[in-house]
Design a binder for this molecule. Sequence first.
Ligand code: GLN
Length: 451
Amino acid sequence: AHLDRVAAVDGAVHAFLHVDEDAVLAQARKVDERRAAGEELGPLAGVPIAHKDVFTTTDMPTTAGSKILAGWRPPYDATVTARLREAGLVILGKTNMDEFAMGSSTENSAYGVTRNPWDGQRIPGGSSGGSSAAVAAFEAPLATGTDTGGSIRQPAAVTGIVGTKPTYGGSSRYGVIAFASSLDTPGPFARNVLDAALLHEAFSGHDRMDSTSIDRPVPPVVEAARRADVTGLTVGVVKEFGGDGYQSGVLARFNEAVELMESLGAKVVEVSCPHFSYALPAYYLIAPSEASSNLARFDAMRYGLRVGDDGSRSAEEVMALTRAEGFGAEVKRRIMLGTYALSSGYYDAYYGKAQQVRTLIARDFDAAFGQVDVLVSPTTPTTAFPIGERADDPMAMYLADLCTIPANLAGTAAISVPCGLAEDGLPVGLQIMAPVLGDDRVYRVGAAVER
Ligand code: GLN
């Protein structure tokens, strides 16, 4: 049924970069065989899933949305991919994304734009926009994404679905093509909170292949999603997020969601997180710095594309030609920004300062969670914007992640759940944030208020 749906709508949506019908059916048959052989499979066995094209897969290409990885076949599966195969999920295909996960609209993909199923002239969010569009368009019931600054929560919000950024280190980065290693966090997309929790539980937990993976039990997210109540909880509304620059319909739905929590028995208080206003500038020093280092591995020798290797050029020349042609404009911008911020003489003033701001943001969270159980805000300042509107204006694009970036800098858990439609008829997301390893709280509250 999902393959039929993909065939019917993906020409218009373009959520997928790769779908191989025979391979999908072969995987499904294998799940049947495992069951017939008496194997005990988990609750998601046989359920189709779409993977963001940043997770390595041995039987399918992996491009990270970049021309520089065209034609590359990974020799190993990401831990997330491997665990979900083991659990019997069937991989439908790989989804479109902003190149190396840099963007908020999926317009930075080297493989064309993805359209928002609610309005084909609008963006599906990014960088995991292929995954959000696939789930919102009923092409896949579940999908994976990665969230470095908002790339799961923002696309979930603007397509009217659920997306979670787990606690950093709660899900393995092994086999996830790196953007900013201290921020990258794999997480689930689904059409409701309980489905997202089931997927979260299926791929999370300690992985010795990722040195930043947390060796502690996975928070009880499925139990929390089933519990779905806010009774006795204190909810903090982040004072710094709202007001000027926020769409009126976004604020209206957000305020209703807060009233709903109050009516369901939560105590609501306003909380100030004074350093959250500096999260965006700090992020745009830290993330490009890490990216400039991570992307050095694309040297024309090891993976995918190689340009000008005709025997007449040196390795350095081939490398330069390949990187000039293989990387898109946004990726080049970040490599230059990051290289600059890390260079001697500027390191302390830029990268060092940004790391200090990061500590202050983590302290804001600590102080807030001394008073409240969860923090809430709109997920994004506006609903889905038109394709092309922000493509030539990086600052306008970066603002889409204003409310999501603090959780990445501090490594805390956060979810976006649908909270109704704005005045323009487009979906609005409610962001719920909890402390490190408090992932169960975001599911408990999210399941109580999702619409
Ligand atoms: N939009 C942000 C960026 O461009 C976040 C992307 C992400 O979370 N991968 O960096």
